[in-house]
Design a protein around this ligand. Structure first.
Ligand code: ADP
Ligand code: MG
Length: 360
């Protein structure tokens, strides 16, 4: 079932001179119980989209639907949506428990229900023992947990989280990533999470929407986004990628052949609009390239220009005959590092599925 839908949403700030198109005809569907992430660089429109869903902003065009109902006319407090802000916004003079209870009391809940819910929420975020501390006397990570408990307490259908972990140090962030995922699973509430950190998005999300300049470029599971990036921006923003120019030499439906810069032709699915004779860009992940003998089976031939040892893996920089440099990453269990040396001539092989043809 669908929890949130944005349909052809545009948001323009400061209409007229100096206007900013923060969102440009964005459509996206977020399912119930999903951990859904909006990922993109600063300024791409993530917060704006969250604020539209929360009801803090109105779309210039398009509609926002919650549970299938248009909510443009509804104020934030009538939307069954809650937000966790980056700065937590806790009341420092109140205790942990009072902070969590506050929203419930505002909603007019009875004393017994408030107590019961507060206890359950503090258990969920593992803050029972500190319930009587003032929030000015707990750590940043603990404040984060209280902010989560407070936002989850009224049992919203959707929880919006705007870069909630960005103020935490690395170790605490990793810990909270796991915790957030657990809380989402335990509560069954739809989470819409905003981050500019691709690794965070890959490790936590059921699905990710990659955004750039007010647009959603691709929506998919972490593996879909990583293995099959739709365009150059997505391939570049998430993980590391080699871009290789090739030419379509045959095409019947999606079945085609492409010519690599080495002159070698390989059968390949082409799902973009590129016809015979078109140049296409291939995205190839460093760990998808095998180093082999420089012979007829190799897709490319090149010379090792640099070797960097990382413990778990080794990165090889290789200058292809075409002049282009590529990066190859190999796990270390086979001890390639000791076999290959700078200056060696090597062959490179890539399975056709690992050569992703990018959208223009
Ligand atoms: P993100 O959260 O991805 O960093 P935002 O949604 O905050 O991006 O901003 C998207 C664009 O809209 C940016 O260019 C930003 O400067 C602009 N913007 C956001 N809010 C406002 C506002 N209230 N008034 C004017 N411009 C805004
Ligand atoms: Mg933002």
């Amino acid at each position: 079932a669908v929890a949130v839908e944005a349909k052809n949403v545009s948001k323009i700030f400061g209409a007229g001179v100096g206007e900013v198109r923060a969102l440009d005809n964005v459509s996206v569907t977020i399912r119930q119980n999903e951990f859904f992430t909006l990922l993109g660089p600063s300024g791409c429109g993530k917060t704006t989209l969250l604020r539209l869903i929360a009801g803090f902003e109105m779309p210039t065009e398009g509609s926002i639907l919650l549970d299938g109902e248009e909510v443009a006319h509804l104020p934030p407090f009538k939307r069954h949506v809650n937000t966790v802000f980056q700065n937590y916004a806790l009341f420092p003079h109140m205790t942990v428990a009072q902070n969590v209870a506050f929203g419930l009391e505002m909603l007019g809940k009875g004393k017994a229900e408030v107590q019961q819910t507060v206890a359950a929420m503090l258990k969920l975020v593992r803050m029972e023992e500190l319930k009587d501390r003032r929030t000015s006397q707990i750590s940043g990570g603990q404040q984060q947990r209280v902010a989560l408990a407070r936002a989850l307490a009224p049992r919203p259908k959707v929880l919006l989280l705007d870069e909630p972990l960005s103020a935490l140090d690395l170790k605490l962030r990793k810990e909270m990533q796991i915790e957030l995922k657990r809380m989402q699973l335990e509560t069954g509430i739809t989470f819409i999470f905003v981050t500019h950190d691709q690794e965070e998005a890959l490790t936590m999300s059921d699905r990710i929407a990659v955004m750039s300049k007010g647009n959603i470029l691709q929506v998919g599971s972490p593996t879909e986004i990583y293995e099959h990036p739709a365009d150059r921006f997505v391939a570049d923003f998430i993980g590391e990628t080699n871009f290789i120019e090739a030419e379509v030499t045959e095409r019947i439906g999606d079945d085609g052949r492409i010519k690599l810069p080495s002159g070698i032709q390989v059968p390949h699915k082409v799902t973009t609009s590129a016809g015979v004779g078109s140049r296409v860009t291939l995205a190839i992940r460093p760990e998808r390239i095998d180093l082999v003998k420089a012979d007829a089976d190799a897709h490319f031939t090149g010379k090792v220009s640099n070797i960097v040892y990382f413990g778990t893996d080794t990165t090889f920089h290789i200058d292809l005959e075409s002049g282009q440099g590529v990066t190859v990453r190999m796990q270390n269990r086979l001890g390639h590092r000791d076999v290959l040396q700078v200056g060696d001539v090597v062959g490179l092989r890539v399975e056709p599925e690992a050569m992703q043809v990018l959208r223009d």
